[in-house]
Write a protein that binds this ligand. Sequence first.
Ligand code: KG4
Ligand code: ZN
Length: 333
Amino acid sequence: MSVILAIESSCDETSVAICNNGKITANVIANQTIHENYGGVIPELASRVHQQNIVPVVQQALIDAKVSKKDINAVAFTRGPGLLGSLLVGVSFAKSFALALDLPLIAVNHMHAHILAHFIEDPKPDFPFLCLTVSGGHTQIVLVRDYADMEIIGETLDDAAGEAFDKTAKLLQLPYPGGPLIDKHAKLGNPHAFKFPEPQIKGLDYSFSGFKTAILYFIRDKEKENPGFINEHLNDICASVQYSIVQILLNKLKKAAKTHGIKDIAIAGGVSANSGLREALQMLAKEQGWNVFIPAFEYCTDNAAMIAIAGYHKYLANDFVGQDIAPAARMIF
Ligand code: KG4
Ligand code: ZN
């Protein structure tokens, strides 16, 4: 029997989940809207809002799961990577909660948890599989051999795919986080209206910084030539940028699958909520004979259910940490 309380606070979502014998029975997420006004997450504000949210979110999760504090067997938390001030709130709360109730602590790597979100619901992938993990801070192709045995076989050398979405949105004067808004406008536009260069990077790595600069110049030049260009062509620009990012992501994934001879392919992280990526992956899967695993929308962006399921597998493996554990803004995979 195990009831695990899990806490996620790595960026701008305060989330708490309960996992009861491997089943998620609560997943409460408090989004922080304060950052919309600033075009990006302000770390100082994020940690303050986590402080305000953490207790009510824990209480709501206990209510939703119909359990009390004395039913909890272990406390899992995101140790990193993430914003240090944000992580500190979740880690300190987890340690205090565990100390007060004399419970074991489980430290979870946020990027592992995005991948293990595939074990929340059926169908679950079999090991080994490849996972394209695409979020606001990371773009990785991971060879997943087991719950605790994962190897990064390709990653971005500079910006993440989520940053490419968010920075393009900023150039288009759309509010933060721009990824979902680009997705929304892209649905109404022509993905072949404009062409952007595909970065020529060797092996399985990615790069988005040159791509981002190409978009910056494209928007600047077009707007100079024809003031009002952005507004007039917003849907087509969003559709074309999204199409290019998705092609860049999937071309390397195709290469990785060939190189490693693996046909079980998953996507994870905030950008895996992108409808263009989800559709293009399904099409590619048919062409390549892949079995694909695409998480439910609620488990793509940051959530504590993924921390709870990762914590559950660590609990089964007796993988606990002591009260001397500290958050890690950068964390070895
Ligand atoms: O995994 P996540 O919630 O947080 C991090 O760990 O970074 O990912 C957030 C990222 C942001 O860059 C956001 O714009 C992007 O995921 N995102 C999307 C979509 N939904 C979220 N990007 C493109 N299309 C979407 N539908
Ligand atoms: Zn994340």
